[in-house]
Write a protein that binds this ligand. Structure first.
Ligand code: ATR
Length: 264
């Protein structure tokens, strides 16, 4: 019988995950189907139960359910615990195993696809919301030296305090500093708000990475003007999916043709 997976979110019609997983399945010769399901805002847990008892092997979880998925899981990976959020669930008997592949996807995109090793690099993570929580542990595991800045400084301090050797605070603390990689994990790209970074913050040959994709954000525009190399989050999207696919299927798909297909 064909194995079944899904992505749950609300809204979900825009999701690229069904296309990505279909391409992975085709490429690796796996017999599975993957669909997008809009769970009611007050019905996430019920939808999970329906899938679990309806022959599904697992699911991805996106906005706004990643925190609920974290609470639904009966077992959590270390990176899901650090993220306090789950984007990948595996149904195994009575167990609901929660993982978070967002950070691994980000690290893999930067290291494998863009070709920049994060070990010993000075990284600035902008934002201290859910997107940032999802990536801190994998960035540290890759050996990055991490600073977190956020508009509400106290939230960056709180996130940084959960890890040793991570600095957190407001953007005003960044004067005179330089970073090898700056990652935008804020939702600020959605508006044309001013970029809260000082000129000269990019080190020679630095990378500016925006977790968003689909349009050039003010952050990417600023980074370009400052002479940095730039990247959007499409590679991260595909890599986090590949990591979920690997958890479920034990096979690592080749992501580059899928990234190319999505850009096309
Ligand atoms: P997500 O789950 O996508 O991270 P979130 O938890 O609402 O969403 O967090 C959004 C992040 O973007 C926060 O770090 C937020 O900063 P505050 O904590 O100060 O609210 C940041 N953010 C949103 N709009 C911003 C803006 N115009 N300038 C700077 N930071 C912004």
């Amino acid at each position: 019988m064909t194995d079944r997976y899904a992505v749950l979110g609300n809204p979900i019609s825009h999701s690229k995950s069904p296309m990505i997983h279909s391409l992975f399945a085709k490429q690796t010769g796996q017999d599975l189907c993957y669909e997008a399901i809009e769970a009611p805002l007050d019905g996430f847990a019920a939808t999970i139960e329906r899938l679990r008892h309806g022959g599904y092997q697992g699911c991805n979880v996106t906005v706004p359910f990643k925190f609920e998925a974290y609470h639904c899981a009966t077992e959590l990976s270390a990176r899901a615990k650090a993220a306090q959020a789950v984007n990948t669930l595996s149904f195994e008997g009575d167990k609901i195993i929660g993982d978070n592949t967002d950070g691994a996807g980000l690290v893999r995109d930067i290291e494998q696809n863009i070709g920049i090793s994060l070990a010993e690099k000075n990284i600035l993570l902008m934002g201290a919301g859910g997107a940032s929580y999802g990536v801190v542990l994998p960035l540290l595991t890759a050996g990055a030296k991490l600073t977190i800045a956020n508009r509400t400084a106290s939230k960056a301090v709180e996130l940084a305090a959960q890890f040793s050797a991570v600095t957190g605070g407001g953007y005003e603390n960044l004067a005179e500093l330089q970073f090898d990689v700056i990652i935008n994990a804020t939702s600020a790209g959605l508006t044309d708000s001013e970029v809260p970074l000082p000129e000269g913050i990019f080190a020679e040959g630095a990378l500016a990475y925006d977790m968003m994709y689909g349009r050039e954000t003010p952050f990417i525009k600023f980074a370009r003007e400052q002479g940095a190399q730039v990247a959007d989050g499409l590679g991260m999207l595909v890599e986090q999916a590949a990591e979920a696919f690997f958890i479920w299927r034990g096979v690592r798909p080749d992501t580059l043709p899928v990234i190319t297909a999505l850009r096309g």
